[in-house]
Design a binder for this molecule. Structure first.
Ligand code: SAM
Length: 281
């Protein structure tokens, strides 16, 4: 009997159920079996792994992940995909499909222990989702995500580069970020207006800086990028509701020029700053 590929099966199911793609939900599906197989191979998923997939769409990547992983939890926001996914995932016993907004989902409750993330992300949630995963405190082994190429450049920007931003600084603190492959618009159905890039973020076992109070350090980091035209002293004063003189004194105490812009200050200096703020209570 002739077997049809998952990509073809997905196309047939989408057509059969009259699925209408919604651009606002970032619905550009990857129905190309060879590329999907490459993503799963690059993600390094193995039989001991639990995987979180954000946005399974028609389930082609979900099926490929389920063949390799111990368990896949797939979070899809669009219930219109229910009949398609029911057909695509019939008989696949290690997938838990939930219709939920991944940004609001309780990942700790869903995943339990250590897990990897693999997703062809809806691009409108890239920054919020990466922030949520990194700051969750959960045991995330690896995050392999397809993102818009411009977003990838921002995420990998280094201190001193024009694109360095809060997202890049937060990633630099939590994880090593690598570019794995580029994917042209024509590989997706329907094709997006942008180029795409697959990234891997590997959370550090030992972070590059060790602030004494991580929650406070992350507040300092957010304050540093809050208003880019303002000095760090002004941004700190506003974020922590202290007089500017107090903020300037904290900065001077750790050798940071109060007139510096937050985006020009190294993570190590911001960690020293948050440590000094802990001491000041
Ligand atoms: N994984 C599929 C693939 O590779 O073909 C679909 C990827 S498509 C780029 C993104 C998917 O995420 C869509 O199915 C979309 O409905 C879903 N989605 C959009 N926003 C979401 C959210 N906030 N939470 C969960 N899923 C979401």
């Amino acid at each position: 009997m002739e077997t049809i590929s998952d990509g073809v099966r997905a196309r047939i199911a989408l057509e059969k159920h009259g699925f209408r793609f919604q651009r606002t939900l970032g619905q550009n599906f990857l129905l190309d079996d060879a590329r999907v197989a490459r993503i799963v191979a690059l993600a390094g998923v193995g039989e001991a792994d639990d995987v979180l997939e954000i946005g399974p769409g028609a389930g082609v990547l979900t099926r490929a992940l389920a063949r390799r992983a111990r368990r896949v939890v797939a979070l899809e926001i669009d219930r219109a995909l229910a009949p398609v996914l029911a057909e695509m995932l019939a008989g696949v016993s290690n997938v838990r499909l939930e219709f939920a907004d991944a940004l609001k989902a309780d990942l700790a409750a869903l995943m339990g222990g250590r897990f990897a993330v693999v997703a062809n992300l809806p691009y409108y949630i890239t920054a919020d989702m990466v922030m949520k995963l990194l700051k969750s405190g959960l045991d995330v082994s690896c995050i392999t995500i397809m993102v818009q190429k411009e977003a990838a450049a921002r995420m990998m920007a280094q201190l001193g580069e024009a694109q360095y931003c809060l997202l890049a600084a937060t990633i630099a603190y939590f994880a090593r970020c690598e570019s794995l492959m580029d994917v042209p618009p024509g590989a997706f159905t329907p094709p997006p207006h942008v180029e795409s890039r697959l990234l891997r973020l590997t959370p550090y076992a030992k972070k590059p800086v060790q602030p004494r109070n991580e929650a406070l350090f992350l507040r300092v980091l957010a304050a540093a990028f809050a208003m880019r035209r303002k000095t760090l002293a002004n941004n700190l004063s506003r974020a922590f509701q202290v007089p500017r003189e107090q903020a300037a004194a904290w900065l001077e105490a750790v050798g940071i020029n109060p007139m510096a812009r937050g985006e020009a200050v190294e993570l190590a200096a911001l960690a020293r700053l948050s440590d000094a703020m802990v001491e000041c209570g």
